[in-house]
Ligand binder design. Structure first.
Ligand SMILES: NC(=O)c1ccc[n+]([C@@H]2O[C@H](COP(=O)([O-])OP(=O)(O)OC[C@H]3O[C@@H](n4cnc5c(N)ncnc54)[C@H](O)[C@@H]3O)[C@@H](O)[C@H]2O)c1
Length: 387
């Protein structure tokens, strides 16, 4: 099957590499000629590096590169079986691209958007055959990240969901299905990892290094929240938070933090700017955490409880199945275990008690416990059946 990709930026070029590696002919288009040249050079460099590292042989690498065609427009997309759009995150521009695209592709072609934050239903509404439109959300960098969220719009046909999921899994990816709601699974459920860490810092309970230590050493996360925000970029992470907050009609659970806004405004973006919550210059002094166990466990339990609450609430509102929520967070973004499985391990009643303690202390809606957790605690239910 021939695959079309629109937009040859970070995501489009990465997805092109994945599809060409899986054996497809890929037509990668970008309206900006410089972006196309950049994508071509980048792909060549990556494929050469894979040969140097012994992950690919020279013949395979050349064959993969040879299957990618770089195009200035999508006029040649007529016989594509799937087109994935990965252009700028702007609803009006995406809608006009989908409208134009529909006039070119054949009637069976699946049209996918890689949007992170826009409504798939709104994009699909630009098409006459809205039932062929779906969200296929890759993570960055697409060749390395195993998880792909599949997001049917309310218009999407069943056969389009099945075909998309099967195709993406045949590319070696792990797919989970999410409802067309802000942040889908990962960008919604992960918010407290950053938000609650920032809140703990803002209250003066602990500094960045101590919070990061608690989450890695005691919580088992690969990176602490501040190290991760510095890695993602404070500007990028702040915008995702603000977008999710706005999309949820300003639900206080997703409220962005002034600290992150100021760091972003100051240009303390993280690794890419040499300074974020930490200093990345050569002779910078390393921040020393306060390794007081009691404090560390308090921090870890508070952030993990908020993550569990978010995961439970996503299940409560049928955003995804329990299995897909746990898979998305454990396999997709490498959490030490699925959050719902973690809730079972802690005990649902304990989770409710921790959240109620926070709520009683602060009287903020941000700490409201999901009705699902409360309901389960009442009847002694767990998320999973254990043999
Ligand atoms: N960067 C991420 O971490 C990430 C992760 C998942 C999803 N996404 C989503 O993927 C999409 C692309 O993001 P990105 O980071 O690759 O952006 P990017 O800015 O790196 O690349 C976008 C490319 O699209 C091109 N483009 C813009 N309008 C076009 C048009 N009308 N026709 C053809 N090409 C056009 C631009 O020239 C640019 O090269 C966005 O919807 C974004 O939300 C991004």
């Amino acid at each position: 099957m021939k695959i079309g990709i629109i937009g040859s930026g970070s995501m489009g070029s990465g997805i092109a590499q994945v599809a060409a590696t899986a054996g497809h002919e890929v037509y990668l288009c970008d309206k900006n000629p410089d972006a196309l040249v950049k994508a071509r050079d980048k792909l060549l460099k990556i494929l050469n590096r894979l040969v140097e590292k012994g992950r690919l042989d020279d013949v395979e690498s050349k064959a993969i590169f040879g299957r990618i065609y770089f195009k200035p427009d999508f006029a040649s997309f007529g016989d594509c079986g799937l087109v994935i759009e990965a252009i700028i995150e702007n609803l009006e521009i995406k809608k006009s691209v989908f409208k134009e695209l529909e006039a070119i592709v054949n009637k069976d072609c699946i049209l996918a958007t890689n949007t992170s934050s826009l409504s798939v239903a709104a994009i699909a509404a630009a098409c006459e055959n809205a039932d062929r439109v779906i969200g296929i959300h890759f993570f960055n960098p697409a060749p390395l990240m195993k998880l792909v969220e599949i997001i049917p719009a309310i218009q999407t046909g069943e056969s389009v969901i099945t075909a998309s999921r099967e195709l993406i899994e045949s590319w070696g990816k792990l797919t989970v299905q999410a409802k067309d709601t802000p942040g889908f699974i990962v960008n919604r459920v992960a918010r407290p990892f950053y938000g609650e860490a920032l809140r703990i810092y803002e209250e003066g309970i602990a500094d960045f290094a101590t919070i990061d230590w608690a989450m890695t050493e005691l919580g088992g996360f690969r990176m602490g929240p501040f190290t991760l925000m510095d890695y993602i970029g404070n500007d990028v992470n702040y915008i995702v938070t603000e977008t999710v907050f706005t999309a949820f009609y300003f639900d206080p659970r997703y409220k962005p933090a002034f600290t992150q806004k100021r760091y972003s405004e100051a240009g303390y973006l993280g690794r890419k700017s040499g300074k974020g919550y930490y200093d990345y210059s050569e002779n910078a002094e390393k921040s020393i955490p306060n390794k007081e166990e009691k404090l560390g466990h308090q921090i870890k339990d508070r952030i993990v409880s908020m993550l569990i609450n978010e995961a439970a609430d996503a299940l409560f509102l049928n955003v995804a199945s329990a299995k897909d929520i746990d898979l998305a967070m454990s396999k997709g973004v490498n959490y030490p275990k699925g959050l719902l499985e973690w809730a079972d391990e802690i005990g649902i009643q304990n989770c409710v008690d921790r959240l109620d303690d926070l709520y009683n202390e602060y009287h903020e809606d941000r700490y409201r416990c999901s009705p699902l957790l409360r309901r389960m605690a009442k009847v002694g239910e767990k998320f999973y059946q254990y043999a």
